[in-house]
Design a protein around this ligand. Structure first.
Ligand code: 13P
Length: 253
């Protein structure tokens, strides 16, 4: 059985003071680690990582970054390396979020390197994929997902495929309030899972594929109930610890 994973992507939210307050509140709201229905993570800005690591220490809540360079070091102004994250005891990293692809020219080629570098450093990558509205309307959803998944996992050894978390985030559902229907989420995510299965049958069974895009406390349960949906990557609703904790609770279904 795959254990559900509910991760909050704060995007560009959270000063260090806000992060500290958030973490304390979240721990008040979450059941103890052994009684949680899902793994829980927060994906936070670089500047808040150490605060979150410290506040969440021993709680089982995963702290992840939102981007990373693949190189160990070098002339890459403004970038952060894998070792800079692991030194802070960060455990994961979001890679290829559609906002980074769209606004910062994140390319599949660089993502290949990033996913492999994250695994090599002991960080759990959350690889984001998803089609635009136009691609969906033109029947190009599967083509887009195939391309992004195959490219993103290209440099990952078969034995490590299941260590990658994949987040299916249709671009048209992100920040729009237009959540995918449970059927749309299930269809796309089972397709993503089958793509992993083309590389490894074992990984197909074990890899966790999350849904992201306008997940809220009142729509989470029916999406999370889909057989191939292994959790959620939550943007806006994760900024309120109460709402986020309710989404975690919805994983119990
Ligand atoms: P929203 O939940 O705000 O739609 O954002 C989804 C997302 O992009 C998570 O990475």
């Amino acid at each position: 059985m795959r254990r559900p994973y509910i991760a909050g992507n704060w995007k560009m939210w959270g000063t260090r003071a806000q992060a500290a307050e958030y973490c304390d509140r979240l721990l008040e709201l979450l059941p103890d680690e052994g009684r949680r229905p899902a793994d829980v993570g927060v994906c936070v800005p670089f500047t808040a990582l150490d605060v979150c690591v410290e506040r969440l220490r021993g709680s089982g809540v995963v702290v992840a970054a939102q981007n990373m360079h693949f190189a160990a070091n070098g002339a890459y102004t403004g970038e952060v390396s894998p070792a800079m994250l692991t030194e802070l005891h960060v455990m994961g990293v979001v890679l290829g979020h559609s906002e980074r692809r769209e606004y910062y020219c994140e390319q599949d080629r660089a993502l290949q390197e990033k996913v492999a570098a994250a695994l090599a450093a002991g960080l759990q990558p959350i690889l984001c994929v998803g089609e635009t509205e136009e691609e969906r309307e033109h029947g190009k959803t599967e083509r887009k997902l195939r391309h992004q998944v195959q490219e993103g996992l290209e440099k990952v050894d078969r034995e490590r495929l299941a260590d990658v978390v994949i987040a299916y985030e249709p671009v048209w559902a992100i920040g729009t309030g237009r959540v995918a229907t449970p059927e749309q989420a299930q269809e796309a995510i089972s397709f993503v899972r089958a793509l992993v299965g083309d590389r490894s049958r074992d990984a197909e069974e074990r890899v966790r594929v999350l849904y992201g895009g306008s997940v809220k406390p009142d729509n989470a349960a029916e999406i999370l109930a889909q057989p191939d949906v292994d959790g959620a990557l939550v943007g806006g609703a994760s900024l309120d610890p109460e709402d986020f904790a309710r989404i975690v609770a919805a994983a119990a279904s």
